[in-house]
Design a protein around this ligand. Structure first.
Ligand code: GLA
Length: 430
């Protein structure tokens, strides 16, 4: 998979009538599948996603002025703006992710610490947060991360946009492409935070940091064990090939209609829960559910309104599951890992209430197959995808067992596909 760079270059040449390859760049950033740790990131908790071989790619040429011209090959639409005046677009809403990133790279000075996330972010401007330094560019964009499916097409677009804008203003691409150096990782972390701010404050979705961090920090063959509060991460080898196991995504074709309002509501519910628990215990050092141990939660559970208690129970126990899943992987115990995935799904279904009947059926059908180790909803939920850990000899059985015709009126055709676990974003001269 992944966008064909030769094709995208041709698109650039056609759209901008510029046939020289000189000075052209390609910026690419992957989507993600979360293996476990759902709806924990915005409480400063733990997640364990992988970057996938589906990405958003931008072929671009830096300009000398401050004009940005973007052409989306997928929406077949041009959108233009000037870096001196960055507004949201109603005609081309897809362009708001790029606009937001341009805005965030320059506009905000200090991270918002409201939710207990991003606590020790080093805000020492290594990105040069000065909008005046940004340069315009001409760009064509395309992606093969399914949109609205819970695989983070928006984060992939944001991160690819940030890489493009930074190279256009002269940031060293060697630093941007480095996963090994402290400096490279620091820049990637700052890019992830800026992209999250773009989505929170410019686009208006209160997402956590998981998707942007995964798109920046993903490593081939590794899960990213991410502490969303710091946000520090550790790549953990999955070792799936050694065990003839593949990750299969099943896209139900159901797009998440009202997801952002439901999503924002869940976020508010757990923030309320954390405040109530802090109030009951008289502990001002509880800033988010990350600060609440399971035993503490059990002690106050009955004092919380039932719905808030269910939401909090999910988050507190899901954080434990992520830690246990990483330990299980460390001892090569994929069965224990997969069992935690199943428990995560049950909790998202019954306590957090972000699943839907079609996702539940897909998980149930998958788990009935002998060679399927585990399955669960992945991403925000309310539709979108399930993620399955499957032995290679059961791949066909799984694909045959999952429904292939639209599951609801108006839904897309569902499809199952194996994914590659890849490195995070990169940029190259064409
Ligand atoms: C969306 C958000 C993430 C995360 C997940 C749920 O993908 O963008 O930040 O909250 O939902 O785990």
């Amino acid at each position: 998979m992944a966008v064909d760079s030769k094709w995208l270059l041709e698109q650039f040449q056609e759209v901008f009538g510029s046939y020289l390859k000189d000075g052209l760049w390609i910026s690419q950033a992957p989507g993600r599948v979360n293996l476990i740790g759902e709806h924990t990131d915005y409480s400063g908790g733990f997640v364990f996603p992988v970057a996938i071989g589906h990405n958003v790619a931008i072929v671009f040429k830096p300009r000398t002025d401050r004009v940005v011209r973007l052409y989306s090959c997928d929406y077949r639409q041009m959108s233009e703006f000037c870096l001196d005046e960055i507004h949201t677009s109603t005609d081309a809403p897809w362009s708001n992710f790029f606009r937001g990133v341009a805005w965030a790279l320059g506009a905000y000075e200090s991270p918002d610490r409201g939710s207990g996330e991003s606590e020790d972010i080093d805000n020492t401007l290594s990105l040069g947060r000065n909008n005046r330094e940004l340069r315009g560019l001409d760009a064509v964009i395309s992606g093969d991360v399914p949109i609205g499916a819970g695989l983070s097409s928006s984060a992939a677009f944001e991160v690819a946009s940030a890489f493009a804008l930074l190279v256009a203003k002269g940031t060293d691409p060697i630093i941007l492409n480095s996963f090994e150096s402290e400096c490279g990782l620091k820049v990637r972390r700052e890019i992830a935070v800026a992209c999250q701010k773009a989505e929170n404050l410019f686009v208006g979705v209160s997402c956590g940091i998981m998707d942007q961090m995964t798109s920046c920090m993903g490593r081939a063959g590794h899960g990213i064990y991410l502490d969303c509060r710091s946000p520090r991460h550790e790549p953990v080898r999955l070792g799936l090939d050694d065990r003839d196991v593949t990750i299969v995504v099943y896209d139900t074709g159901i797009r998440r209609g009202l997801v952002s309002s439901e999503y924002n509501r869940r976020r508010q519910e757990v923030e309320t829960g954390a405040k109530m628990i802090a109030g009951i215990l008289g502990q001002s050092d509880i800033h988010s559910l990350r600060d609440v141990e399971l035993a503490t939660f059990e002690a106050v559970r009955e004092m919380l309104p039932p719905e808030v208690a269910r939401r909090c129970e999910h988050v507190v126990k899901e954080n434990e599951r992520v830690k246990n899943a990483v330990v299980a992987l460390g001892r090569g115990d994929l069965l224990a890992f997969a069992d935690l995935m199943r428990k995560s799904h049950e909790s998202l279904r019954d306590l957090y209430e972000v699943s839907c009947p079609e996702l539940d059926v897909a998980v149930k059908l998958a788990c009935e197959i002998g060679g399927v180790l585990g399955a669960r909803v992945t991403g925000a939920g309310f539709g979108g995808c399930t993620v399955n850990l499957v032995r290679n000899d059961a791949l066909n059985d799984l694909i045959l067992a999952l429904p292939r015709s639209p599951l609801r009126p108006g839904a897309l055709e569902p499809r199952a596909f194996a994914i590659d676990v890849v490195d995070g974003a990169r940029i190259a001269e064409l």
